[in-house]
Ligand binder design. Structure first.
Ligand code: BT5
Length: 272
């Protein structure tokens, strides 16, 4: 699907100007079409690309989600960006990277369009109950067992009002929800600034309170798939490690470190 909008084209110069933190240090690659910005970023990282290097593309032909799923990334409709990070922090903090990226993206979207942006554990952003953004973090561990690099991939539906049938009921975009067409270069720069701040402070877990505040499963009955097991329960909240705390019907508590979770009512609706 090719949805060419009147969006300001992506430009390394514009992103650099919008990245007030200087996180990228001008190492910004803008592609027209690519398979996946995460794949390009991983290849560059393996060749030694520096901390803060950014890869963006106008479209992705094989945009990736988790577990081999696709992230639909048509031309001129979204911000598809991947950031290489070479963290100095201990590998124990690596599982917090995705939640830090989610808060960075949610705050940036909200700042530019003025609409409340929720986080759905683990890696999605929602506006008015529809997914507008997904995040995919891929990490490489070196022979000493520490984190060599991580690639943080963020895909945001920016200017887009049409979706293929399989996404129509679950996905949306900033434009569809707010009527605003925002500049992806500025959005990218805003995200980079926050990402630098939250990653620098990951050991103090500065992003967690904001992640908790925005998390939309909390306080609801949910179903979750974790480690191949399907569970149902009440989402109590998010702990210090960005894990989801679940209360099961027998009264016991479960800590979910990774997986997939959905509100029960959304699940039932999808099953109908
Ligand atoms: C994600 O996975 O949502 C992570 C997506 C990460 C995409 C970025 S774009 C830049 C970088 N380069 C890449 O190749 N990837 C990253 P997951 O939680 O597994 O969700 C995937 C599911 O979201 C799909 O199975 C669809 O149901 C739905 N989906 C696909 N495309 C979508 C879109 N454009 N907007 C909203 N939902 C979508």
């Amino acid at each position: 699907m090719d949805i060419q909008k009147n969006l300001t084209p992506l430009s390394a110069e514009r992103i650099k100007n919008a990245d007030k933190s200087g996180f990228s240090q001008g190492n910004i690659i803008v592609l027209d079409e690519t398979e996946s910005t995460n794949s390009i970023a991983k290849a560059l990282a393996a060749e030694g690309a520096s901390h803060g290097t950014v890869v963006t593309a106008e479209s992705q032909t094989m945009g990736r989600g988790r577990l081999g799923r696709r992230f639909e990334s048509p031309k001129g409709a979204g911000l598809y960006m991947s950031v290489i990070v070479r963290p100095s922090f201990d590998i124990a903090f690596a599982p917090l990277i995705t939640s830090a990226a989610a808060v960075s993206a949610a705050e940036s979207v909200e700042k530019l369009c003025g609409e409340y942006t929720a986080v759905k554990w683990v890696n999605d952003l929602y506006m008015n109950s529809r997914k507008i953004c997904g995040i995919l973090t891929e990490a490489a561990i070196n022979s000493k067992g520490s984190l060599d690099y991580a690639v943080i991939g963020i895909g945001i539906n920016v200017g887009r009002t049409e979706f293929p049938s399989e996404l129509r009921d679950i996905a949306s975009s900033i434009e569809a929800e707010t009527g605003n067409i925002i500049d992806r270069n500025i959005l990218c720069g805003e995200i980079l600034g926050r990402l630098e701040y939250y990653l620098e402070n990951i050991e103090e877990k500065r992003h967690i309170s904001e992640y908790r505040r925005r998390e939309m499963l909390t306080g609801n009955h949910i179903t979750a798939n974790t480690g191949g097991r399907e569970v149902e329960g009440y989402a109590i909240g998010i702990n210090e490690n960005a894990n989801l705390l679940l209360k099961l019907s027998d009264g016991s508590e479960m800590v979910l470190a990774s997986g997939e979770a959905n509100l029960c009512r959304i699940r039932r609706k999808m099953d109908e």
